[in-house]
Design a protein around this ligand. Structure first.
Ligand SMILES: Cc1cc2nc3c(=O)[nH]c(=O)nc-3n(C[C@H](O)[C@H](O)[C@H](O)COP(=O)(O)OP(=O)(O)OC[C@H]3O[C@@H](n4cnc5c(N)ncnc54)[C@H](O)[C@@H]3O)c2cc1C
Length: 466
């Protein structure tokens, strides 16, 4: 039995804690808030939609499975406009159980796991851990893991300038949960009828807006709207927003103005008045930090989740990365026998995860922030051929499989040939023709994308929220 301390009760820290406690280790979790405080008085730190491989890690480590309660993310659909007003490329795919995901409120995950940890006999200590506290904890533990998110104690793990591409935020971010959009698969019939996909809207010159089916902490199926604004661009309207009402008004104006194709299905949306914390805004430079660090007294500690790496949320990868890293660290501890969990072990463990997951996932995310020519070819091919679209969108579950094809045109052509049996160049050429036809339709009719149908909310929902 190992004595392991984990600082931070976000979903990545609590997942590792549950896995280790279930495996019989002596786990101490330190959290600045108690379980009710996290659930009821904080905002979720992100949408945290995760896909099949990450869901499997959660189950493997013994955390609660919300499968029967939430809407699956059983599809991904993309509308791409090079500029606002131009409706050009669109494609989507359903996702089978080997890929489909779910977005469960991280506040609910943390709450449930903190309760579970108490039941498992783990020690849960409430209070902010400062550097002196960390020193004492690390001195008394065989292993100390810091999972305090992007802030907290992350300063102990310096940003890696070689591995971090950006020194400034690439987007200003906002997120809000809403009810009143159907969650039974009828909302976005213009995209993937009968399903609850992530619905992306990518605007070359303005940023991204997307919707994700979401399980709210109180058990209600809702939608999470995410806004990624290029600084100074037309979506950059969040600076003066300070409360739920302001967030909802800003979100509504952006959706109505810039995504008219989805607005009919979203026009009855309402804020969650019962949860004033159901929104978020902020900005950060996507960064890779050191996987291990030393306290001033020389004790080695290792990082986990957002403390190790913060991805821009454009591809929804941060939470999934934290889950997989928790699984990876869990496996390394289990494989270590009675061996030392020292700095060398930490570095070896973290480096292996960096190579296998963080590096390709960080590149995957950054590709969508500023798509290079090779990636634009793949998007164009996906517009032409459903098999390309299906394989491309599956990489949201396994970002490493998106390379080298997203970064290299020749590799992309090979990959398209493997997907379709046709030459990459010919599929891309078909896509370009489709784009030209879309441009013509856009010019003549003023639109190209399918419009959603208006769906009034069910009466009992409207009654229960009035
Ligand atoms: C708008 C947005 C959308 C996103 N969408 C997605 C998505 O769809 N899919 C996806 O995979 N990821 C997404 N992400 C990223 C994802 O939400 C985060 O990566 C994830 O929630 C981070 O979890 P964590 O456990 O590492 O850290 P956190 O959730 O930040 O948890 C850290 C915990 O540590 C506590 N703490 C901090 N300091 C101390 C201290 N000194 N002592 C004790 N406790 C402390 C905090 O209170 C908190 O409870 C999104 C992010 C944003 C901003």
């Amino acid at each position: 039995m190992r004595e392991i301390s984990i600082i931070g009760a976000g979903h990545s820290g609590t997942l590792l804690a549950v896995g280790l406690a279930k495996a019989g280790h002596k786990v101490s979790l330190y959290s600045d808030k108690d379980a009710e405080g996290i659930r009821d008085t904080t905002s979720p730190t992100g949408t945290a939609a995760i896909f099949a491989d990450s869901l499997a890690v959660e189950r493997r480590l013994g955390a609660r499975d919300y499968q029967s309660e939430t809407n699956p993310i059983d599809g991904i659909h993309v509308f791409f406009s090079p500029r606002i007003g131009q409706e050009f490329i669109n494609f989507g795919t359903t996702l089978g159980s080997d890929t489909a995901g779910a977005a469960v409120d991280v506040r609910l995950r943390s709450y449930d796991r903190m309760v579970q940890l108490e039941e498992l006999g783990a020690e849960v200590t409430i209070g902010t851990v400062d550097m002196d506290g960390l020193e004492r904890i690390a001195a008394g533990s065989e292993l100390t893991v810091v999972a305090t998110g992007k802030g907290g104690l992350s300063g102990l793990f310096p940003r890696d300038p070689q591995r971090s591409v950006f020194t400034a935020p690439q987007r200003k971010l906002a997120m809000i949960l809403v009810r009143g959009i159907p969650t039974d698969g009828s909302a976005f019939s213009n995209r993937i009828p009968g399903h609850t996909p992530v619905c992306f809207n990518l605007f070359g010159n303005a940023g991204e807006i997307f919707w994700v089916p979401f399980l709210h902490k109180d058990g209600e199926k809702v939608w999470c709207l995410v806004f990624e604004a290029r600084p100074g661009g037309p979506f950059d309207r969040w600076d003066g927003v300070n409360d739920l009402a302001g967030a909802f008004a800003t979100a509504t104006s952006l959706v109505k103005e810039f995504t008219p194709w989805d607005w009919p299905a979203m026009q009855y949306m309402e804020p969650l008045a019962n949860d004033p914390f159901s929104w978020l805004k902020g900005a950060f430079a996507p960064s890779v930090r050191a996987g291990s660090g030393l306290t001033p007294g020389g004790h080695a500690v290792m990082s986990l989740g957002d403390t190790t790496v913060s991805y821009d949320p454009i591809c929804g990868q941060g939470a999934g990365s934290g889950v997989r890293q928790a699984g990876h660290i869990y496996d390394a501890i289990m494989a270590s026998g009675d061996g030392p969990l020292d700095r060398a072990w930490m570095e070896e463990t973290q480096e292996a995860f960096y190579r296998s997951h963080i590096d390709p996932t960080y590149r995957f995310t950054n590709t969508f922030l500023e798509p290079p020519a090779a990636a634009v070819r793949i998007l164009t091919a996906a517009y032409a051929d459903q098999r390309v679209a299906g394989q491309l969108l599956k990489t949201f579950n396994r970002p490493p499989e998106a390379f080298p094809m997203l970064a290299d045109a020749a590799a992309g052509s090979d990959w398209i040939r493997r997907c379709t049996g046709q030459s990459g160049g010919s599929v891309v050429a078909k896509g370009k023709l489709k784009v030209l036809a879309a441009m013509a339709r856009n010019a003549v009719k003023g639109q190209n994308f399918n419009r959603a149908q208006a769906v009034e909310p069910a009466r009992d929902l409207a009654d229960s929220t009035s």
